[in-house]
Design a protein around this ligand. Structure first.
Ligand code: GDP
Ligand code: ZN
Length: 292
């Protein structure tokens, strides 16, 4: 008998799979065992044959980061997330758009829908200044929600933005992701702790939680997803992570233009004309600098 489930944790040779309400400790079949560990990820939809993990179904979306041991390789962090909430605080820590821009590149690349959540509104001092910072994202038709886990402001909007979807929240430590999750749900299904091996053969303990908010709304919280990076990309892929730059780049006369030092570059002209915001272009240049 085969059944389908959702991977919540991975260890050597086996995975914890949520099938309905039941958590199954599934072993890889011979066919699966030879696949490298990072070919399966939390969020993968899988087919179980009894308690054997027989097949990983095609992924809708993916979030990756560079492999710490070999930076030319990417490691998949989580699969099939529909909505990624990029979380930043309006204060404490101060809002930094560079980080939001960086995370957006990774989200676009993996195919999930981005959502920007600005927490700690109860601490907000200068709303006009914050709104001005956020305008660039609204222009890109990214939903931006201001909220507070303390006052409860904006939580209903977050709930409706992720309604019926599988979502995850990413962002710097301390911005309020855990508090947001608790405020949104309270009910979490924790997986058993899985003794896994990291790249250096050491034992590590990874733990993922799936929060059910009802009506098919699920939030996954898994190690690594909170701090994912851009991954291994080239300058073209970087431009694709900035939709307004990608659009202007189509008019660029140079086929291999990085839109940086080149003259007669359509992207730079669009920045000069105000069609691309200077702050966004600055983020692009900073990330471009890091590529090499
Ligand atoms: P995480 O590291 O992103 O998961 O952040 P936490 O949820 O652990 O929150 C970090 C700190 O910010 C904690 O001291 C929280 O109490 C505080 N915090 C979280 N959300 C809010 C909020 O909406 N308003 C205020 N004033 N503090 C918050
Ligand atoms: Zn160009």
């Amino acid at each position: 008998m085969t059944r389908r489930g959702l991977v919540l944790a991975i260890a050597k040779g086996r995975a914890e799979v949520l099938v309905g309400e039941e958590l199954v400790d599934a072993r890889f079949t011979g066919n699966m065992a030879h696949r490298r560990k990072h070919d399966i990820a939390v969020g993968d939809e899988v087919v179980l044959d009894g308690d054997w993990l027989a097949e990983v179904l095609p992924r809708r979306t993916r979030l990756s980061r560079p492999d710490p041991g070999d930076r030319t390789q990417e490691r998949l962090i989580v699969a099939n997330i529909d909505v990624i909430g990029i979380v930043a605080a309006c204060r404490k820590p101060a809002f930094r758009r560079g980080l939001v821009d960086r995370l957006l590149v990774g989200v676009y690349r993996g195919g999930a829908r981005p959502l920007i959540v600005i927490t700690k509104q109860d601490l907000l001092r200068d709303r006009a200044k914050l709104e001005a910072e956020l305008e660039a994202y609204r222009e890109l038709e990214i939903e931006v929600i201001l909220c507070s886990a303390i006052s409860g402001e904006g939580l209903d909007r977050v709930r409706s933005a992720i309604h019926g979807q599988l979502s995850a929240f990413v962002g710097h430590s301390g911005v309020g992701k855990s508090s947001l999750l608790t405020a949104l749900s309270g009910v979490a299904i924790a997986t058993g702790e899985v003794r896994a091996y990291d790249g250096k053969g050491r034992h590590t303990t990874t733990r993922s939680q799936l929060h059910h908010l009802g009506d098919g709304t699920r939030i996954i919280d898994t190690p690594g997803v909170r701090s994912f990076g851009v991954g291994r990309i080239d300058y073209r892929q970087l431009a694709e992570g900035f939709p307004e730059i990608a659009e202007a780049a189509e008019l660029c006369r140079w086929n291999d233009c990085k839109h940086a030092k080149e003259s007669e570059c359509a992207v730079k002209e669009a920045v000069g004309a105000g069609a691309i915001r200077a702050v966004r272009y600055k983020s692009y240049l900073r990330l471009l600098d890091e590529l090499v």
